[in-house]
Design a protein around this ligand. Structure first.
Ligand code: HEM
Length: 165
């Protein structure tokens, strides 16, 4: 049986083989006309929007307080002057969370005394809690929490007195 190029099927087959060989030998490296914005296939992926930026800032008890996670907003809390962005722990600190009292507040005393009672919090219009009455055990407990928070969340600021900014 001979390979008859005059038949349309064989001509089409030959053209297809030539095209395939050409694609293998000279792969296209042109830039795609549209930039992919989400995962579809292959490895081209970009997020739909830029993630929110996080600036290291100085907070006071009053400016920290709005970051209590209400209406889906960010959640910050402070321990011994260090402000952590705990938004990722919304289940813990969000409005219905077990530790919601700490959201937007100086949580130092509660972390030291292992208590999330509201009495652990200093009213936001008063000077920062000096923590001078804490026992060494309580200070260790607070530092343990700071290690936990530093390894899990982003440090995004420091907490100073209301009149210091
Ligand atoms: C009633 C007793 C308590 C129970 C059953 C409890 C339970 C838990 C559980 C299950 C976790 C999650 C652990 C994980 O997934 O890593 C957790 C984390 C935590 N607990 Fe408690 N807890 C209790 C009391 C307290 C108290 C009194 C405090 C006060 C400081 C506290 C502060 C925390 C904090 C700060 C976290 C870490 C959350 C995070 O990683 O962002 N817990 N607790």
């Amino acid at each position: 049986m001979s390979f008859d190029l005059t038949t349309p099927v064989n001509t089409a087959l030959l053209l297809y083989i030539l095209y395939t060989v050409q694609r293998i030998l000279f792969p296209s490296n042109s830039v795609p006309s549209t930039v992919p914005i989400e995962f579809k296939s292959g490895y081209s992926w970009m997020p739909k929007s830029h993630p929110p930026t996080l600036l290291f800032k100085t907070y006071t008890p009053k400016t920290l307080e709005p970051f209590n996670g209400e209406e889906g907003k960010r959640i910050l809390l402070a321990i011994k002057g260090v402000v952590y962005d705990v938004t990722a722990g919304r289940n813990f600190y969000g409005p219905n969370g077990m530790y919601a009292n700490f959201a937007g507040r100086d949580a130092s005393r509660g972390m030291a005394k292992q208590s999330f009672d509201v009495e652990m919090l200093t009213p936001i219009d008063q000077p920062l809690d000096k923590l001078e009455d804490l026992t060494s055990e309580e200070i260790e407990s607070m530092k343990g929490w700071m290690d936990h928070f530093s390894s899990k969340y982003i440090v995004c600021g420091r907490l100073v007195e209301n009149d210091a900014t």
